[in-house]
Design a protein. Structure first.
Length: 355
């Protein structure tokens, strides 16, 4: 396979994109994002291309998220440039393009799909997951928030599930993802290539192209097994329907038991500031358009790129030094003020607006 980080091929009427960094779990670089924005608008207008198929190279991951190490280097003065501004801006433009894409956008997810990878898959018309699928929005573990449209799609999940996933970085396997509506169908890994071939052979013309894709996928779909989320939902709704992170923590303490203690333990490891801005993000995006949500998230991202922000400490502790002991500022939820949270939503000089 080519050494290029991302591959584009037109095959049997399909525009096939392969994220090609298998050793890095196909993590998105700024270069990959720019290549997507260069190619996919043309494919949308090309009558010879009936649908786009997105895949990840290797046997472990679809896309494990954005490659944030270069953001860390720039933010800590090890490199110079405008990556902190441009990475998020260009990524969100691609997310919005996928959301509004005029042709079927079909993600074939045969492995890990997290963070930035979810931004490429969840907003398209179709997402198919194999038994190797593993979902999470793990941004709060590095002092960030679930971006790439997380404020839009997480708030549209049932009950308080989106808040639970956003704050705890809880991982879902395929049965739970299908149940929650995060992916559309389960197709076994051994059938993924066959499914792509069938899509290439199918007539996907006309205004009902998405329905035709549904019918092809249905031929290969299998039972993903029993989900675990239904049994958890009463506790999720009880504990994660709250106005503040402090209230969520109080509800978990009151609930008690193994499940609540596990969630509380997860939250206590995270950046109090990141959790607080995430909860505010979900409130603000709950009834907004996709475009408005992306504008809100871009502002948040830019405020998180301040060199003294918890994001850089989170990346250092988890990805650079790997000591797993971030020193959050403030260290407890009691130290997070309303002004700290509000500052993340203020307009920025290079605001991202969509037509």
């Amino acid at each position: 396979m080519s050494d290029a980080e991302i591959l584009f091929e037109v095959k049997e009427g399909l525009g096939v994109i392969t994220l090609n960094r298998p050793k890095a779990l196909n993590a998105l670089t700024h270069g990959m994002i720019l290549e997507l924005e260069k190619v996919i608008p043309g494919w949308e207008k090309d009558a010879a291309i009936k649908a786009v198929v997105l895949r990840g190279a290797g046997d472990r991951a679809f896309c494990a998220g954005g490659d944030v190490t270069n953001l860390y280097r720039e933010g800590t003065g090890k490199t110079s440039g405008t990556l902190r501004r441009d990475f998020f801006r260009d990524e969100y433009i691609v997310n919005r393009r996928i959301y509004r894409y005029a042709k079927p956008w079909i993600s074939l997810i045969d492995g890990i799909d997290m963070g930035g990878g979810v931004g490429l898959s969840v907003h398209g018309s179709h997402s198919v997951a194999s038994e190797k699928f593993l979902f999470a929005m793990p941004e709060t573990t590095i002092g960030l928030f679930p971006d790439v449209g997380g404020g839009y799609f997480l708030t549209r999940l049932q009950g308080a599930l989106g808040t639970f996933l956003a704050l705890t970085s809880h991982r879902l396997k395929v049965a739970d993802a299908v149940w929650a509506g995060i992916v559309d169908a389960h197709v076994p890994s051994a059938k993924i290539h066959e499914l792509q071939a069938a899509l290439g052979a199918a007539d996907l013309s006309g205004p009902d192209a998405n329905r035709k894709v549904d019918a092809v996928i249905a031929r290969f779909s299998a039972d993903p097994g029993l989900p675990t989320l239904p049994a958890m939902m009463p506790d999720i709704d009880r504990c994660f329907s709250a106005e503040s992170v402090a209230e969520i923590e109080a509800k978990l303490k009151k609930r008690g038991g193994e499940w609540a203690e596990k969630q509380l333990g997860a939250l206590l490891k995270l950046s109090p500031l990141a959790m607080s801005i995430t909860l505010e993000q979900l409130k603000r995006c709950a009834n907004r358009s996709f475009e408005d949500s992306m504008t809100i998230e871009y502002r948040m991202a830019q405020h998180c790129m301040r060199p003294d922000h918890d994001f850089f400490e989170g990346v250092r502790a988890l990805l650079i030094d790997k000591d797993q002991t971030p020193k959050w500022k403030p260290p407890t939820i009691d130290g997070v003020t309303r002004a700290m949270v509000e500052s993340h939503f203020a307009p920025v000089a290079n605001d991202l607006f969509f037509d």
